[in-house]
Design a protein around this ligand. Structure first.
Ligand code: ARG
Length: 398
């Protein structure tokens, strides 16, 4: 029997290798999808083998992650509960895709993941697997085993000769990729406590950020960022650069209590410098080029899209249909946005587009306006007509 395991290199999935081997007498194929976790890939490989894996697949999926998962969500304007730009949630469908791909190549009968039974990630993994490869049986070791605490896990690891990296011990549970970082657990479990500085990994505190603002010009083509300060860059490099500058200016910190899919409210913090900056710029450009009705309707779509991503419904017909709508709206979302980063804020400082619907001659209050104000009178009369008639009817019957 063979089991494909979504391997992260952390304690949970390292222990899971041994646990699965013992419980099922199976050989374990580890699958590591690199979406920008910042791990040393060579160490991942060695660590999995040392923990008992028979084979390890390590794939660089960073560009695919950005192009096929992050950018569609950026174009859609997907933000869960007004704060979370979905970094973790967007990576899961890709990791699942890779897990299913390897499971098929290796003719595995089962796929396993290291998620706990309390979070959203287990849902994303399992719904993803059952859509992409419904023949696979799913195993969730961390949800099943009786290792109650981290200390018990470390004990189990030591007993079974699994290498434990104690230097990596953090009081938080951290999930990282190119789009952002999710941090939970430890003192963050008290939502009244201000998160300590040491919880933040890639952003400077706004107080400690430089006193001078930084300006960035982001160029979009059809809703996708392609240039930074006039320089064309590949997506992952552009995002890393924006994240670095944004982080140095304290941009992208989010502290929220959110509604998990499994019914729990949880307090989490996020660091989303690149996501915050690009989302702000993208929204601004849309403001310039989208007509009012499309812009307003798209807000409903953004809301639904964020739920689909958060709820693990990436590979579903509705998500695909919404992508078609979103792509149609992005045809002319091409142009430049200048943002100003200053002590934790990201403000728009300029926007332009060849498809801009902003018309100076219509908008200006100076002379030279081409807007015929006389037309406004009749327009308003008809616009308000139904309410005028109603008011008269009510008056008659008083
Ligand atoms: N609450 C976020 C989400 O559901 C982040 C989850 C973070 N996961 C983790 N293993 N720390 O997408």
């Amino acid at each position: 029997m063979k089991i494909a395991l979504a391997y992260s290199g952390g304690l949970d999935t390292s222990v899971a290798i041994k646990w699965l081997k013992e419980k099922y007498g199976a050989s374990i194929i580890c699958v590591y999808a690199d979406v920008g976790q910042g791990e040393d890939i060579l160490k991942i490989d060695k660590r999995a083998i040392a923990s008992g894996a028979s084979k390890v697949y390590v794939s660089d999926l960073k560009e695919k992650f950005i192009n096929e998962f992050v950018f569609p969500a950026l174009k859609a304007g997907a933000v869960y509960e007004k704060g979370y730009l979905l970094a973790t949630a967007l990576s899961r469908p890709l990791i699942v895709w890779e897990l299913a791909r390897v499971a098929v190549i290796e003719k595995c009968g089962s796929a396993a993941h290291g998620c706990t039974g309390k979070g959203n990630d287990q849902v994303r993994f399992e719904v993803g697997i059952s859509t992409l490869a419904p023949h696979l049986e799913v195993i969730a070791p961390v949800r099943e085993w009786e290792l109650g605490s981290r200390d018990e896990e470390i004990e189990y690891a030591k007993e079974h000769g699994i290498p434990v990296d104690v230097t990596k011990k953090s009081p938080y549970s951290i999930d990282r990729n190119l789009w952002g970082i999710s941090i939970e657990a430890g003192v963050l479990e008290d939502p009244w406590k201000e998160p300590p500085e040491d919880a933040y990994q890639i952003t400077k505190s706004p107080q400690a950020a430089p006193n001078k603002p930084a300006y960035l010009v982001i160029s979009f083509e059809k809703g996708v960022p392609v240039k930074l300060d006039g320089k064309r860059m590949k997506p992952s490099s552009l995002i890393c650069k924006v994240a670095k500058i944004g982080g140095a200016h304290g941009v992208g910190r989010v502290d929220m209590v959110e509604n998990r899919l499994v019914g729990i409210k949880s307090h989490e913090i996020y660091e989303l410098p690149a996501a915050t900056i690009l989302n702000t710029a993208h929204k601004e450009l849309e403001g310039l080029v989208l007509d009012r009705e499309t812009a307003h309707y798209k807000e409903l779509v953004s809301q639904k899209y964020s739920e689909l991503v958060y709820y693990g419904l990436w590979y579903t017909p509705l998500k695909k249909a919404l992508d078609a709508f979103v792509n149609e709206t992005q045809k002319y979302v091409t142009g430049d946005v200048r943002v100003k980063l200053y002590k934790g804020t990201c403000a728009v400082a300029g926007r332009k587009s060849p498809y801009s619907l902003y018309n100076y001659k219509l908008a200006t209050y100076d002379k030279g306006s081409t807007f015929d104000q006389k037309l406004a009178k009749g327009f308003i009369e008809l616009w308000g007509l139904p309410y005028k008639i109603r008011a008269q009817a009510l008056k008659r019957n008083r």
